[in-house]
Design a protein around this ligand. Sequence first.
Ligand code: GDP
Length: 301
Amino acid sequence: MITVFSGGTGTPKLLQGIKEIVDPRELTIIVNTLENNYFSGVYVSADVDTVLYTMADMINDETWYGVKGDTFVTNERLGELGCPELLRIGDIDRATKIQKTQLMERYGLSKAIEIQSKNMGIKSKIIPMSDEQSDIKIITDIGELEFHDFLIKHQSEPEVLDINFSNVSPSDGIIDAIKNSEAVIIGPSNPITSILPILSLKGVKEALNETYVVAVSPIIGSDSVSGPASKFMKALNIDVSSVGVASLYEDFLDNIVIDNEDSDKEQQLKQIINKVTITNTIMNNLGVKKNLAQTIIDSIP
Ligand code: GDP
């Protein structure tokens, strides 16, 4: 069994490679739920849906949000009715979210996702990090903002001073999945708002200490490939580099995978992490995604 920790952009790209070379039944994906909330009357679990659509080969992999080729009839009508949506939800995507909301309210989020995975023909196990509702606030120079207000309404532009999020309990099966895995892959996701929430769950770090853990850096050079990760790291006084990423995971990390562009950081990284793997990590086509996945799998002792 291989377990992957995922957010909603960088790691799903890697999952497209992993699913080509690993038996999907041998894969468990633990997904961030920190930013989950209700929007337009439906529950939005954006990172989970991105992972579902990725594993079902439906993802819009230009935006890493929603379903490829989706239509926006409902979204447009809501706008005409004077009810514009903060999150632009496509029609097929909305159907998934309507079903998930109903299932979640009846059975809880984990079970809802299990049912949806099965309905979508997904063989891997997809587990939300928690069944509890999180609370996240981005503290900025213009005040305290909800995550999606910061990201979408304000286009990640305000200066970030701090990030506060509540602790939640791990959903059932997470600790066992980690302990029963031959390796845990921490994908190249936002270390602050996608990976730290998973690492903060009770028992996760202890379980990782007993498992081989390999992480791919989402930071190349001194910036993130996309999204606000570098802004969030700066706000928390973490060096915006693969070294800064490694410092967050150093207590349990066995191998850090960095981009060719960062080969000058190898010696510095070797002082804190046992193994440093240098390869192309810019996943702009399936070949790179598969090669990166293969390099990671080959590194498992
Ligand atoms: P979010 O939930 O949409 O914020 O997405 P994630 O947390 O999964 O991913 C965001 C991170 O993915 C950013 O920090 C990016 O730097 C990283 N990322 C995106 N594409 C790539 C890529 O091709 N290579 C690497 N190394 N990182 C990437």
